[in-house]
Design a protein around this ligand. Structure first.
Ligand code: PTJ
Length: 267
């Protein structure tokens, strides 16, 4: 009997859905290692569905939001990158790279606090090159009482004191609560109308696996940009119209798919 559990590795590289299947595999393997919560599989599937409707590519609309997000991170006094199971399983190296280039520490912050998950995520981040990770010492954690979920437990030197919080793949309530206590939020969410997307200051409607490399690219370009120019990027960015443009892009994509599908059916 085969002991090979890595069946998805057998997908040939020229398979039309190779990338997508590879990321599914990373999420499944991540769940087996406790990095990903069981519900993370479902969250990933929801993300895939929206990504499909966005044509599985980073739009110019998303790129505008990415530029504003990077400017906001550079302007922050205490920026922080909040890491959950899905992001740690999908792109640990890119999280570490973004953290280093923007000087925004990584803090593990989980919705599902199953025993062993923090250690598993810490390990994957350390293997990816992380030197300092916040949110791992349960004895020093403090609470943000405005948050009702497990995410209320935060590091006193991280999310607690942060002025800008980067929250990829979020679950809703926290963004609203963090906004209410005066923090600026950058969200990455393939669903443009999730509560996180609607509440965030900068909403990047894109797949985290494409967003992080793009953010690193833009951060490398903007690294030595003057404060005034960074502020100008933020002032000229309108999150509401950007979200509307993402929704329009989905509608256009679906319309086009509908036309193309019926052409195929006619032939
Ligand atoms: O690791 P934990 O315990 O902190 O839990 C993490 C999950 C993701 C399970 C938790 O935060 C959760 O349940 O999230 P939701 O409410 O399912 O929301 C996740 C959002 O992320 C949804 O709007 C998805 O469309 C979106 N999403 C999923 N995969 C991606 C994504 N957005 C960007 N890139 C993705 N790859």
């Amino acid at each position: 009997m085969s002991t090979n559990n890595n069946q998805d590795h057998d997908v040939p590289k020229d398979h039309p859905r190779y990338e997508s299947l590879k990321y599914r595999h990373d999420i499944i393997e991540g769940m087996k290692k406790l990095i990903v919560a069981e519900a993370g599989l479902i969250a990933h599937g929801r993300g895939e569905c929206f990504d499909y409707m966005l044509g599985e590519k980073t739009s110019e609309i998303a790129k505008k939001a990415i530029k504003a997000a990077v400017a906001l991170l550079f302007l922050a006094k205490n920026p922080i990158i909040s890491v959950n199971g899905n992001t740690a399983a999908l792109c640990p190296r890119k999280l570490v790279e973004l953290s280093k280039i923007t000087n925004a520490p990584l803090e593990i912050n989980l919705f599902y606090r199953k025993k062993g998950r923090i250690e598993a995520i810490k390990k994957v981040l350390e293997n990816a090159g992380a030197e300092k990770i916040l949110g791992i010492d349960e004895t020093t954690m403090v609470e943000i009482e405005e948050i009702s979920s497990n995410r209320r437990n935060v590091d006193p030197n991280g999310i607690k004191i942060a002025d800008v919080v980067f929250v990829p793949l979020e679950d809703g309530d926290r963004t609203e609560a963090l906004k209410k206590i005066g923090k600026k939020i950058i969200a990455v969410d393939l669903n443009p109308i999730s509560r996180t997307s609607l509440w965030a200051d900068v909403t990047i409607v894109d797949n985290i696996v494409r967003t992080l490399p793009e953010m690193i690219k833009i951060a490398t370009k903007l690294k030595n940009t003057k404060e005034k120019a960074l502020k100008n990027i933020i002032e000229t960015f309108d999150n509401k119209s950007n979200i509307q443009a993402s929704l329009d892009a989905i509608i256009q994509y679906i319309k086009k798919q509908k036309e193309d599908a019926f052409k195929i059916l006619k032939d």
